[in-house]
Design a protein around this ligand. Structure first.
Ligand code: TXA
Ligand code: MG
Length: 318
């Protein structure tokens, strides 16, 4: 296939998607690799291009909250509350699917992940299309998710016709995934919407992001989001053997006794967790671009977005 074109043409993106082709789309979390979510053949290409196993289900993206009821049924009250509060936004709801949702999207599960992304360009696109978009993150399976059009181009540029360029992702971590059982709310993947914000609407939630080698939600695979560079937590490691260090900020650096010659990568100079989240994946890619072999990192405080950053660091370092 010819190289992908990077552009801003919504009509071109819509035309390609309507004829069953793949288009990379921007969202506030990460870039997605999108196909017509009701067309099994179109969706199957996503798995080939990403080298993704068929047992790993996809998320459907919608442009209007009213489309929820066309794809899911028996929607719990708490799910509706979360959707009305946080959509469009970095939150995926796992709900009982309706028959229109093809098996390939859900890997044969009776449930489907649905989200309304908060990105102006992609919302416009979704609102023009008569179907939802199935879209996983636009990276090869297990590698770091893309947070810019260029990231997508670098890895998938030879496999897809078009990349819709919506700038750098503002959230920078994948969506938080939530499922429901009875009155309970489970968090299956930590992400761009914090536990604190979820709990402010539905009360206490059960965090169920247990790391496994088998797949329930592959975002839970132990090795995931991983660069080639070996990442090691700073505690206990002699920083002499490291080529670089990922730090939250210039302030947090003071906690460690670091040699001046070691290269520093600050997630946010001022220690802002929102900015740190938005920077994390592009810094992980930078380590590989610089061909670094071994880089240390410090853990964030386990609260707000720090939890999701720690989750990605943990999986990237295994
Ligand atoms: O922010 C995001 O969620 C991005 C953007 C593009 O929307 N998408 C994304 O998709 O991260 P992906 O495929 O890389 O991760 C989706 C995760 C997978 O780990 C999958 O296992 C889980 O969602 N998932 C999808 N449907 C599910 C279901 N029915 N039950 C449990 N987990 C599900
Ligand atoms: Mg992914």
């Amino acid at each position: 296939m010819a190289e992908a074109v990077i552009g801003h043409d919504l009509l071109k993106a819509a035309t390609l998607l309507e004829s069953g082709h793949l288009v990379a789309i921007p969202t506030e979390t990460v870039y997605g690799l999108a196909a017509n979510g009701l067309n099994s053949l179109a969706v199957s290409q996503i798995f080939h291009v990403k080298n993704r196993p068929f047992f790993d289900p996809l998320i459907l993206h919608i442009g209007d909250i009213e489309n929820l009821d066309t794809l899911a049924q028996n929607i719990p009250e708490k799910a509706r509350m979360l959707a009305t509060t946080f959509w469009p936004g970095p939150l995926t709801l796992v709900l009982e699917k309706k028959d229109v949702v093809p098996e390939i999207v859900t890997s044969g599960l009776p449930t489907v992940g649905i989200r309304m992304p908060n990105h102006e360009m992609t919302l416009k696109l979704l609102q023009q299309l008569p179907f939802p978009l199935a879209a996983p993150s636009a990276n090869p399976f297990k590698y770091v998710s893309p947070t810019s059009a260029q990231h997508v181009f670098n890895q998938l540029g030879n496999h897809i016709p078009y990349i819709l360029d919506g700038g750098n992702c503002t959230v920078g971590l994948e969506s938080t995934i939530v499922s429901f059982q009875g009155n309970d709310v489970f968090v299956l993947r930590l992400g761009g919407l914090s536990i604190e914000l979820l709990e402010s609407v539905v009360g206490p939630v059960i965090v169920s992001t247990n790391v496994t080698e088998t797949v329930q939600a592959p975002g839970q695979l132990l090795v995931h989001y991983a660069p080639s560079c070996k990442l090691v937590p700073l505690n206990g490691i002699d920083s002499d053997e490291l080529q670089g260090i990922i730090l939250l900020s210039k302030y947090s650096e003071k906690k460690h006794n670091l040699k001046p010659e070691i290269r520093r990568f600050y997630l946010s100079e001022q220690g802002d967790l929102q900015e740190a989240s938005a920077q994390l994946f592009s810094i992980l890619r930078q380590l590989d671009d610089l061909k670094l072999n071994k880089v240390g990192f410090e853990w964030m405080e386990e609260k707000d977005l720090g939890r999701a950053i720690n989750d990605r660091l943990k999986r990237a370092s295994n």
